[in-house]
Ligand binder design. Structure first.
Ligand code: ADP
Ligand code: MG
Length: 394
């Protein structure tokens, strides 16, 4: 976990607001990063995924303005931005601030009356590490707007799901990242000590108990610090392949292909590459269902086996892993992890492992040593528990 405690960050983001804008913020709101336990690249296929919220959060100190202008700066960026809400587009304000402006744009598109804002952002979610700093940013601002404009979009699961949809639109249409909805749903709908079973076809959610500590285990996250851009063509290429396969199979999404019908579906696809992409998606959705059953039964060994199978599927069939992710997961397994897998979009980012609580330090050191030996950038590992969703802090 970060060395900065939440109370410190809240105080600091308030102080920065006062210094920058010469007045007090009307409040501070925050939203968490996430790790997806299992169910990767299933969201845009109408499938299932199973995220938890991280204790790591992004904080937004915010006050309204009466001139329809958004001014925003971040302690993680040297580029502050200013834009009139009427002018927001994929090009304006551009850069990181498009994640913030996009949320206001999307809420206005849905007919909400949204005021101009002054915003200061501070975050302890590692940026670009596959832990969803982008959705944490969108949802912290979304939470603030909802409260300040009286939109009520934090009041209950249905309202939160609507706010998630606005944040998804912001990321897709203004920030230009074709992500599928897992991240924003996690940031707005997760809860402490539980994972969120998210059905990306119906957008229904169900809580699933997730408390490894009482069984003597921890969830170890390793940020490999390998950052291969998500917004580049790879993510979109995977998404396109799935949509093309669904067209050939005559279904809306690959969710309609049951695990029992996989072989018959594969026989109808034209290329080996497309068959492997579809096999990942269909088996991964099945693994989510099995993982939920195993968690409900308290069978962590089975959850670990499913983590391993999921990683192999992403490495071999979906081809979204990389040397750093393979090395971190292999090392954790070699030192006794029940299971390990990459999490998030892939091409770098983070992995997760279920490890005995008393093995956290040994595995962290072994992963560090393995990375040093291969000449990779030093990774960062930390044990996490399931945190809470977006809310007002102060
Ligand atoms: P991830 O969501 O996995 O961290 P993304 O590539 O989806 O990775 O999003 C990272 C981008 O989100 C950054 O490049 C930046 O534009 C924006 N971002 C996230 N958090 C912050 C922050 N605290 N300050 C400024 N920009 C941020
Ligand atoms: Mg992101």
């Amino acid at each position: 976990m970060s060395s900065r405690e939440p109370a410190q960050v809240i105080e600091s983001v308030r102080a920065h607001f006062a210094e920058r804008y010469g007045r007090e913020p009307e409040g501070v709101w925050s939203a968490p990063g996430r790790v997806n336990l299992i169910g990767e690249h299933t969201d845009y296929n109408g499938g299932l995924c199973l995220p938890i919220a991280l204790p790591h959060r992004t904080y937004a100190a915010v006050a309204t303005r009466d001139d329809g202008v958004l001014r925003v700066c971040s302690l993680q960026s040297e580029a502050p931005a200013e834009v009139a809400l009427d002018d927001v587009s994929p090009e304006r304000p551009g850069g990181w601030a498009s994640y913030v402006a996009g949320v206001l744009w999307a809420l206005r598109r849905e007919g909400h009356d949204v005021p101009g804002l002054d915003v200061v952002i501070d975050s302890v979610v590692p940026v670009g590490a596959g832990l969803s700093s982008s959705a944490a940013l969108e949802c912290s601002v979304g939470a603030a707007v909802s409260d300040l404009a009286g939109l009520g979009l934090l009041d209950g699961a249905d309202a939160r799901a609507r706010l998630a949809q606005a944040c998804i639109r912001a990321e897709n249409e203004i920030a230009g990242a074709p992500t599928g909805g897992l991240d924003q749903s996690a940031a707005l709908l997760c809860d402490e000590a539980t994972a969120l079973l998210l059905d990306c076809r119906s957008w229904q959610t169900e809580p699933v108990p997730f408390d490894l500590a009482s069984a003597g285990y921890a969830l170890l996250v390793t940020d490999t610090r390998a950052h291969h851009e998500l917004v580049d063509g790879q993510y979109a290429a995977r998404r396109d392949a799935c949509e093309e396969a669904a067209r050939i199979l005559g279904v809306d999404t690959l969710r309609e292909v049951p695990a029992s019908g996989l072989d018959a579906a594969l026989d109808r696809l034209p290329t080996d590459e497309m068959r492997r992409r579809v096999r990942h998606v269909v088996t991964e959705i099945d693994r989510v269902e099995r993982a939920v059953a195993a968690l409900r039964a308290g069978d962590l060994d089975e959850v670990g086996r499913l983590f391993d199978a999921s990683h192999a599927s992403m490495r071999d069939d979906y081809e979204i892993s990389c040397d750093e992710l393979d090395l971190a997961t292999d090392t954790a397994r070699r030192l006794g992890a029940l299971g390990a897998r990459m999490t998030g979009g892939g091409f770098g980012g983070s992995c997760i492992a279920i490890v005995r609580t008393d093995a956290v330090d040994d595995i962290t050191q072994a992963v560090d040593a393995a990375f040093a030996e291969r000449g990779f950038t030093a990774p960062s590992s930390f044990a996490v528990t399931a945190g809470s969703s977006a809310h007002r802090d102060a």
